[in-house]
Ligand binder design. Structure first.
Ligand code: ATR
Length: 270
């Protein structure tokens, strides 16, 4: 693809961003669909200046990552209701006039999960109560799932459960009994902590669907154990790719080449 005067610029803004897989994934999608766009990464410490820069240079869209997903909300012109409820924006769309904020983590996670299991009326345990858990938990409720927030600290877990009129369970008390779906949103199991699991083996029951939002390593100890226990598994790559596909579709109006995006991410992680 030729970069020319009409090429639309996109970027991830965050700190750190050097290891982000978003540029490889989105550029592959732009190339495959023939969309005249290019996607790069900007390490941003001064967020207000970066947002002013997006406006000044007419950068057409951004992914927003750690540590800016919450603070960015005050700097945009419009926030979609779901992102407002979650309290985090990870996608900016610039229509040339206004900057709008969206959350693609939530629909991306649901798309990945729904590939393997229905969610409506299923009993879902979300482990964790941080930013990622908020996106997952709201998605589960939006899709009609019955939610239990499972967290190590009581205050934070109870707060999220209360907000969504859902149940709370302390991580230490979690048995897995009676659950159809289990989603890990904590960083437990992420490289270099690969030998750890957020729950005990006994919590993994045949017939359950187990999802881990961690994608480095490609298969966490939790997902390996879940597979061995007879569970269906959804890995973090699926969620990452689907949240990227939601962004791509918002930015371009085209259908995202999901399989190609997935292959690109897996190759980059190997
Ligand atoms: P993020 O925004 O990426 O979700 P976060 O806001 O720091 O990250 O939230 C991390 C979540 O993972 C929290 O719910 C945290 O539990 P606490 O509320 O008890 O701190 C959970 N978490 C992190 N490390 C954990 C561990 N080693 N064991 C169990 N839970 C852990």
């Amino acid at each position: 693809m030729t970069i020319d005067a009409n090429t639309c610029l996109y970027a991830v803004i965050g700190d750190p961003v050097a290891h982000s897989l978003s540029p490889a994934m989105h550029n592959a999608a732009f190339g495959h669909t023939g969309y005249n766009g290019v996607y790069t990464a900007f390490r941003v410490t001064d967020l207000p200046a970066a947002i002013a820069g997006i406006r000044a240079l007419n950068i057409r869209g951004c992914s927003v990552t750690i540590p800016h997903k919450v603070a960015v909300m005050d700097l945009l012109d419009e926030i979609e209701p779901l992102a407002r409820r979650i309290g985090a924006v990870n996608t900016i769309v610039n229509d040339g006039d206004r900057l709008s904020g969206f959350n693609s983590d939530s629909p991306g996670a649901m798309a990945a999960l729904l590939e393997k299991t229905p969610v409506a009326h299923r009993h879902v345990a979300v482990i964790g109560a941080g930013g990622a858990a908020r996106a997952l938990a709201h998605g589960i409720r939006e899709n009609g799932g019955r939610l239990t927030v499972v967290n190590r600290s009581v205050d934070k877990g109870q707060r999220l459960a209360g907000e969504l009129e859902s149940d709370f369970c302390r991580l230490a008390d979690f048995s897995g009994v009676g659950y159809d779906i289990l989603v890990n949103t904590t960083s437990v199991g992420m490289v270099p902590k690969t030998d750890r699991m957020p729950v005990r083996h006994a919590c993994l029951r045949p017939g359950m669907t187990v999802m881990d939002i961690v994608y480095n390593p490609l298969e966490t100890k939790l997902l390996k154990a879940a597979r061995e226990a007879g569970c269906a598994v959804v890995d973090g790559v699926a969620m990452f790719v689907h949240q990227g596909a939601c962004q791509f579709e918002r930015w371009t109006g085209l259908k995202a080449p999901v399989q190609l995006m997935k292959r690109t991410v897996i190759d980059a992680l190997k």
